[in-house]
Design a protein. Sequence first.
Length: 380
Amino acid sequence: VGRFKIIESTLREGEQFANAYFDTETKIKIAKALDDFGVDYIELTSPAASEQSRRDCEAICKLGLKAKILTHVRCDMRDAKIAVETGVDGLDVVIGTSSFLREHSHGKDMAYIEKTAIEVIEYIKSKGLEVRFSSEDSFRSDLVDLLSLYRAVDKVGVHRVGIADTVGCASPRQVYDLVRTLRGVVSCDIETHFHDDTGCSIANAYCALEAGATHIDTSVLGIGERNGITPLGGLMARMVVTSPEYVKGKYKLHKLKELEDLVAEAVEINTPFNNPITGFCAFTHKAGIHAKAILNNPSTYEILNPADFGLTRYVHFASRLTGWNAVKTRVGQLGLEMTDDQVKEVTAKIKALADVRPIAIDDADSIIRSFHLNLHEGPI
Ligand code: HCA
Ligand code: CU
């Protein structure tokens, strides 16, 4: 589980997000930010998709980034031929294997898929590039068909095989079982790709790693087709708890917020309130009991340390749930001095007002300030 690689697909899967339109300059900015963050691979839209996509792919290859550059193509010689000329380090090749996609999308049978896959893989390898072969809609594909296809591509030396939960139907246990089974069948690396339709994309990525997967596909904020895929930040949150040294040593976690802000702005969305790590209240503690414990020792109610991400925690002190420990801290932040009994008294005033209406930080601050003033000057 500990060591894993990220295939960052904001510039491929993310371009399939409803709001996404990335001009060349934006793509370059995002690619540089991803590289700086430390992702292992950056996956780009197929150069066969459009002429501009092809040019952008070439431009990003020329940036000389540390991350390896991949492009994502259909399992088709025509696409592969265009892609190998762009300067990428490797190709992610994909074809639908479920009966849904075989019958309603490309119309090919498994024998044809296997023959074409081998031809395309051998061609890409002959050009000295890295190649991954993946089945779209893996979880609704016939298991026996799938495993014999993967065995065949493993034999011809594919670098990675991919499992894709294209429709977001898989549960963590199903993921574990399929990846575990596949682990026993192929010797190459295993990449996984999870859509979030049923809210399992992070859990599924984690279970895939537990079962022996080596590479996880992500996008910034999870943007992608429909409601998207495993978000980079959410995966970081999960994995920094599991493998703190590896994750902190490898990725510049303090750059996460900047990276997310860049992408959020590019696709004109706000970071969701409940986003792991960067949601506005991800490190806000409110109830009196929580606040007291957090002020004593943050580990009581925090599994992530905001400082690891260059962020700070916030102890709420302006609600009817507020306790006097939070107010005491605020009094200190305001540079005022009060005895504990006085803090308790002013806390009661804050709570009394907060019982009548929602109050802002400024309201609570001015209650504290005028209470403090009265202590010294006496009531007017
Ligand atoms: C799609 C393709 C894909 C490919 C995943 C992969 C999927 O349907 O747009 O290459 O592993 O979700 O199946 O994103
Ligand atoms: Cu996808």
